[in-house]
Unconditional design. Sequence first.
Length: 351
Amino acid sequence: MTTPSIIVVGPGLMGLKHIEMIQAHPHCELAGIVTPGRNGSRNIGERLPNTPIFDTLEACLAAGTPSGVIISSPNEFHYAQAKLCIERGIPVLIEKPITADHDEALDLVDLAARRGAKVLVGHHRVHSPLLTAAKAIIDSGRLGRLVAFQGSAIFYKPAAYFEAGPWRSQPGGGPILINLIHEIGIMRTFCGEIAAVQAIASNAIRQFPVEDTVAINLQFRNGVLGTFLLSDAGASPHSWEQTSRENPVYPTYPTEDCYSITGTLGTFDFPSMRLLSHPAPQSPSWHTPLVEEVIPVVREDPLARQLENFLAVILGTADPIVPAFDGAQNVRVAEAIRRSAETRSLVELDA
């Protein structure tokens, strides 16, 4: 079987991680890198002297057709680069968000459907065994009917983060599209589609043209209500990165959680995987003690599992776990949250 050849577009923080994982994988190979200015970010040409480097994706594809392309460039370039891959029939993994604009995302969804294209969106947390275990608890009915969701993604990004990618502090960047887009996908996985949002945003700490802190109320179509607090300017352990123990780059706090899902029979805290519930046939009551247990889970790197899914998609042995439609839905909710924050009003999303 031919070894799949992969092109990485945009060797930034995530692009370098993709490059590292491709090089370490025994069943695929790095065929080239696309980055403006040839040497690109972090002197990539010096770091990978034997890897072809191209200024544009067009030039790269003119030199040969790879088995697949991973797009990890700044958000504003996702649409044009993904469209080029889809039109040429090349399987593509698009880092989240699929695009910076919902209309463009819908255009990619439509184009992919018409071309029968293979498109995977890089919401890598969906590939986490933690998420699989949590979803199994919810689907088992052990929480009863879902009532509420509480979530947070609060962390402090150092100045170097913005210096390495100035676009992150400008419109098209910001924690709603860069970070909350992950959380939207997770909330949809746990609680279903989102019907309405109400948000307040602030840039008081960093004073960038984009938000640094957002407080959000959410209504899900099934009646569940939720709250979410987002900030890239608060020193806190209450984020996926600092609680999941999946990325060694971040210090972790195993007793802390970033999500809590509550139903009529109990509450599940994530990712400590602590379940407090009234097991059958016990009737729920605040006078009756909840039974506590920790759900076991074997941790694996979700980025590695995502690469496995992408390779299987390329080979035609699996479907994308996060298809273009889901990527577009996440952008749609993110846009609604931004619109709500700008107008200080409830924004409803049509079914």
